[in-house]
Design a binder for this molecule. Structure first.
Ligand code: GDP
Length: 297
């Protein structure tokens, strides 16, 4: 389960402080030391942990007194608020173009879950927002990726725009958008090519598509289970492509939570969705506060 390890550890720490009617500076110091260790063990970025602990310490020591809570509970509240903030604060919305279609470009490394997430996102847009997405197969290097998207389209009864492996991805994207206008598809979700590693060829291609198509969203799909690797991938994609948000996949299998807790602070781009399983309805809008509650119980 998501965050299980971190949750166990932090809940243990807070058990000690919870009922305290008086919290000394020493208590806060001990608590923040344990929080620091728990976050490092959860594979949260070192600098992110340092800044986090500093903020919690400052606020918990000089905290505002609320009569409804015990001092122990107030300290926990500070940690929860800071965890929420660390994961992006408010829930972030998905763009809607003034003139449809809204164009979303999906980018990421191979195996991260990009194609599956393209299907899941289309499903969510239809179910929750009554949208009519068009899926676009723009990974011209892997016939298997095109087939996979077409299969997803069939499962979802949704249209898939594809031109096989001979066409240029920029042309595919442009033609798909023109097609969406004719067919009144209000979202176009482009599944771009992925590689095993970040490389210049891939980035050049993605930059070209982005410059030409001018998408409303560029979502980077990363695998939560890869921890700090996911953070590094997010950093380099963001530098090159100026992404608009992150989709964190496989959070269902990530007991640590290092990527979820680091990406926003490192890239300053919000996590917009979380993949919670392989099925097409297992994509959730990312709610920082709910995630913080999941961690703190
Ligand atoms: P791509 O190469 O990035 O397009 O990756 P795929 O979409 O083919 O996904 C790779 C694997 O990850 C597949 O087996 C997916 O079922 C699986 N996967 C994707 N998202 C999730 C998720 O949120 N949770 C779990 N458990 N598996 C996922």
């Amino acid at each position: 389960m998501a965050f299980e390890g971190l949750a166990d550890r932090l809940q243990g720490t807070f058990q000690k402080i919870k009922g305290k009617g008086k919290v000394t500076e020493q208590d806060v110091k001990e608590m923040t030391r344990e929080v620091r260790l728990a976050l490092l063990e959860a594979d949260v970025n070192f600098k992110v942990v340092k800044d986090f602990v500093k903020r919690v310490k400052e606020r918990a020591i000089g905290q505002e007194v609320m009569e409804s809570l015990t001092p122990g509970q107030q300290v926990i509240k500070v940690v929860k608020e800071e965890l929420t903030e660390l994961m992006g604060g408010d829930e972030s919305k998905i763009a809607v173009a003034n003139r449809p279609p809204t164009v979303i470009m999906m980018v990421g490394l191979q195996g991260a879950g990009k194609t599956t997430t393209t299907g899941k996102l289309a499903n969510l847009l239809r179910k929750k927002y009554n949208r009519t997405p068009l899926l676009v197969a723009a990974d011209v290097y892997r016939p298997a990726a095109i087939n996979q998207l077409e299969t997803l389209g069939k499962q979802l009864s949704m249209p898939v725009f594809s031109k096989g492996t001979d066409a240029n991805p920029v042309d595919i994207a442009n033609e798909a958008i023109a097609h969406a206008k004719e067919e009144h598809n209000d979202y176009v979700i482009i599944d771009t090519a992925g590689r095993l590693h970040v490389d210049e060829g891939l980035m050049d291609e993605l930059k070209q598509i982005k410059a030409d198509v001018n998408p409303d969203e560029v979502f980077l799909v990363v695998d939560a289970m890869t921890g700090q690797d996911a953070v590094n991938v997010a950093e380099s994609f963001n530098e090159q492509l100026d992404i608009t948000g992150v989709v964190l996949t496989k959070l269902d299998g990530d007991t640590r939570g290092g990527a979820a807790l680091s990406i926003k602070a490192v890239t300053d781009k919000p996590i917009k969705f979380a993949g919670m399983g392989e099925k097409l309805d297992q994509l959730e809008q990312f709610h920082p506060e709910r995630m913080a509650s999941r961690i703190l119980g």
